[in-house]
Structures are given as structure tokens and as C-alpha cells.
Design a binder for this molecule. Sequence first.
Ligand code: AMP
Length: 190
Amino acid sequence: MLNIVIFGAPGSGKGTQSERIVAKYGINHISTGDVLRAEIKNGTELGKTAKSYIDQGQLLPDALIIDILASTLDGFKESKGVIFDGFPRTIAQAEALKKMLAERGQQVSVMLDLDVPEEELMTRLIKRGQESGRADDNEETIKKRLVVYHSQTAPLIDWYKAEGLYAHIQGLGELETITADICKAIDSVQ
Ligand code: AMP
């Protein structure tokens, strides 16, 4: 079982690289952001709650997102593994993921930290907002999301280092080069 955490600030390329990893390794993909955006689109109660947090650039409460993650995970049958994209985002979520996988006799194989300079993140996200119309990709919300990333999510770097699962990936450069570096890191833990 290959359980990959793809990690990085908003705009670091997690979604793009996840698609490539899924195509190469045939594993399932969980993007908590995509799950929440689908709920918003479908006008569900969860979607309404999610929207109030997402529009403010804030994280949803851990308990809520952990529940969503668990039910998505249970939906994967005969899976070769999973790439976790946008989860965990707090230490509590990382601990919950560790427990969830342990209950299934599994563990995280590697955490890939896509490292991209802040200026580049801002440029990419503003461009994505213009192209996709994603509501939280506007300058004001992006700034809030980056603050949240630094205060609540970045501490996971040290957490995964302590677990011995951390892999640094240079997230700036050619898409192909970044994918090749990611594959090297994955293949070294297989
Ligand atoms: P993303 O598409 O991963 O950038 O997520 C978009 C937004 O969804 C975030 O800014 C949060 O408001 C919310 N979200 C996604 N994943 C999580 C998570 N693991 N924990 C809390 N909130 C999340």
C-alpha cells in the first residue's frame, strides 16, 4: 500500500502533481478541497458550512474534516493506495490520519513537501483565480490562506520529519522535473 501525503502551501502544485502520480501509480486521490467544492456546488448543508470557512480563507474544524476523510477512505475498495492532497493541514489531522491508517494495518509511506517561494505562490494563485473563477483565489483571501498555512499547517513539516517520512521537493521549475523528483522520492520508499 502506497499512502502518500502531498504537502505544500496553496498554489504549490499539489493538485497538478497528484493527477500525475495517480496516472503513474494507479492509486486513489483524496483532495479535501475538491470534496468541499463539490458539496458547495450541490448545495448541501456541509457545503454551506464549508463555504463560510473557505470564503474566509480559514480551515474547517478538524473533527468535521477528519469525518469527511474517513468516509472517503472507506469508499475506496481494493485500493493500491491513496494520495492525500490538502490533508492533513493541522497536527491533529496528521495524528488522526496516522490512527486511521493504523486501524487498517497501514501507514503513511512518504510526505512530499512541495517547496515554492511565496512570491511565486501569489502569482500562480491569482492566475488560477482568473482562469478558473475559484472564489478563494483572490488577493485578500490568498493572503489569509498563506497566514493560515504558516501558522497551522507548516508545523507539520517538523512533525513528519520526526516521523522519518519527510521528503523535500523543489516545487519551482519545469513540471516534468518536479514530477521526476516526486517519483524518485516515491520509488525510494516502495
Ligand atoms: P484546497 O483546495 O486544498 O486549497 O482547500 C480549499 C479550502 O478548503 C481551504 O482553504 C480550507 O478552507 C478548506 N479545506 C480543505 N482541506 C482542508 C483541511 N484538511 N482542513 C481544513 N480545511 C480544509
